[in-house]
Ligand binder design. Structure first.
Ligand SMILES: Cc1ncc(COP(=O)(O)O)c(C=O)c1O
Length: 405
C-alpha cells in the first residue's frame, strides 16, 4: 500500500533521520527513538563552540548558561510547565530514585504510597524501596488484564487519608494504555497525596499539559522523543523549594539546580532543545503562534499520523492466525504488544530482525504489567510507531509477520 494523503509529510521527516539510511524498519521507538540530524548537529555545535562552566562573564560561560536555560524553556514548552521547575538528570530512573528518597524523607510508619501494576518499574521500585526504608506501606492499584485499563475505581480502592504519594504512568510502554490521568490525579489530590506521573512514553506520542494532567511531578526522557539520552522532571518551583536533597556544600541551593548534582551535560541539553524545536516544526502549515502552540499542533499531527499507521497494523494483525494483541485499552498510544500461541515472541523478533524489521521482544521493564497480563517475565513482541514510521515500514512488518506465521 502506498501512502494516503495526509498533511503530515513523513517523507520529509524521514529525510532528516540519517539512521534510517541503514535500511531497517524501526518499530523499536518505545525503547528509544532515532534522532534527526538537527539534534545531532546541535550536540556537535555545543561541543565545538567555546564551553565552560555556567556563568555570564566569558563567551564560553554564557554558552553553557544559555544552553541550560534554553533547554529548561524548551521542555517547559513541550509539557506546559514552568522553566524554573525543569530538573535534568542522567535518566528518568535516576531522577525518580533521587526524588523518591527526598520525598520519602518525610514518610514514616502509617504513611502509604500507591504504585500501579501498569507502570514501568522505574515508577514502581524506587517508591517501593523508599517506602520500605521509611517503614511506610505500599498499596497497589491493579491493572485489569482483560481490558488493559487502569481505572479510577482501581485507584480509589487503595487510596486513604494516609496516602502521601501516587505514582502513575501517563501511558504504558508495554501495551500503550493511556489511563484517565486527570481523574486519577484528582482522586489522589482529594486524598491529600502528591502525584508523580511517568510521562516517558506519553510525551513521545501526544500533546502534554502537566496542569491538565494534574501531575505535581512529571518525568520524561528526551531520548524517547527524538532527543539525546537523558531524563527530566518537571514540577512547580514552589513544590521543589520544599524539598531538600543531599547536595555538595558549595553547590547552589537554588531551584531547580539543587537537584542537579555536578555539571550538566550541556551538549545533551542543546540536543534536547533541538528535539523540541523539531517536534514544534512538525506542525507544518498548521503551526502558528509561539513554540508551545506549535508543539501542541505538532504533537497532534504526530498522534494522528501514528494512529493511522496503528490502525493499519491492527487490520493486518486481525488476519494473522494464532496472534494475541494485548493492547486493548480504549485510549492508547500506538504501541502494540503481541504474543503467539505456538512460539515465543523472541523467536518472531529474531525472524523479523533477519528481514531488517526491528521489533524487540520482552517485558521492557514493565514487569508488573507483564505479570498481571499473565505473560510472566517474557512479555511479548512490541511494535511501536514513531514520527518517522511510514506505510512502507508497516508493509514490511506485516509481510514479516505473515512469513513468520
Ligand atoms: C514508561 C517508561 N518509564 C520510564 C522509563 C525509564 O526511562 P529512563 O531510561 O530515562 O530511565 C522508560 C524507558 O523505557 C519507559 O518507557
Amino acid at each position: 500500500m502506498t501512502s494516503t494523503s495526509t498533511a503530515y509529510d513523513v517523507a520529509a521527516v524521514r529525510a532528516d533521520f540519517p539512521a534510517l539510511r541503514a535500511g531497517a524498519a524501526h518499530f523499536d521507538g518505545p525503547g528509544g527513538s532515532q534522532v534527526p540530524r538537527q539534534v545531532a548537529e546541535a550536540v556537535a555545535a555545543t561541543l565545538t563552540a567555546p564551553i565552560a562552566n555556567r556563568g555570564r562573564l566569558t563567551e564560553a560561560e554564557r554558552n553553557a548558561d544559555d544552553v541550560v536555560l534554553g533547554a529548561r524553556a524548551a521542555v517547559a514548552d513541550l509539557v506546559g510547565g514552568d522553566p524554573g521547575g525543569v530538573v535534568f538528570g542522567r535518566s528518568m530512573t535516576q531522577l525518580t530514585y533521587d526524588l523518591s528518597r527526598v520525598l520519602a524523607a518525610g514518610w514514616g510508619p502509617g504513611d502509604e504510597v500507591v504504585v500501579t501494576r501498569l507502570d514501568h518499574d522505574a515508577n514502581v521500585r524506587p517508591w517501593v524501596q523508599a517506602a520500605a526504608a521509611r517503614g511506610a506501606t505500599v498499596r497497589w492499584a491493579d491493572l485489569d488484564p482483560a481490558t488493559g485499563e487502569l481505572t479510577p475505581e482501581a485507584l480509589a480502592a487503595v487510596l486513604s487519608d494516609r496516602t502521601r504519594l501516587v505514582a502513575v504512568t501517563g501511558a504504558s510502554n508495554l501495551i500503550g494504555t493511556r489511563p484517565d490521568v486527570p481523574a486519577l490525579t484528582a482522586l489522589a489530590h482529594e486524598a491529600g497525596a502528591l502525584t508523580y506521573v511517568d510521562g516517558v512514553h506519553l510525551t513521545a506520542h501526544a500533546p502534554v499539559d502537566v496542569a491538565a494532567l494534574g501531575a505535581d511531578l512529571y518525568a520524561c526522557s528526551p531520548y524517547k522523543f527524538l532527543g539525546p539520552h537523558l531524563g527530566c522532571v518537571v514540577a512547580a518551583p514552589s513544590l521543589l523549594e520544599t524539598l531538600r536533597p543531599d547536595k555538595l556544600l558549595p553547590s547552589t541551593d537554588a531551584v531547580p539546580e539543587r537537584f542537579e548534582l555536578g555539571t550538566l551535560p550541556y551538549e545533551m541539553l542543546a540536543g534536547t532543545t533541538a528535539a523540541v524545536d523539531y517536534l514544534a516544526a512538525l506542525a507544518g502549515a498548521g503551526g502558528a503562534g509561539d513554540r508551545r502552540a506549535r508543539l501542541l499542533a505538532g504533537m497532534a499531527a504526530v498522534e494522528a499520523h501514528e494512529d493511522r499507521l496503528r490502525e493499519r497494523v491492527e487490520e493486518g494483525l486481525a488476519e494473522l492466525p494464532g496472534v494475541t494483541l494485548w493492547s486493548r485499552a480504549r485510549h492508547r498510544t500506538p504501541t502494540l504488544l503481541l504474543t503467539w500461541a505456538d512460539r515465543p515472541a523472541a523467536e518472531v523478533s529474531r525472524a523479523l530482525a533477519g528481514r531488517g524489521v526491528n521489533a524487540p521482544a520482552g517485558s521492557f521493564y514493565a514487569i508488573e504489567a507483564s505479570r498481571a497480563l499473565g505473560l510472566g517475565d517474557a512479555g511479548g513482541l512490541r511494535v511501536g510507531l514513531a514520527p518517522y514510521s511510514d506505510d512502507v515500514d508497516v508493509d514490511r512488518l506485516l509481510e514479516g509477520l505473515r512469513a513468520a506465521g
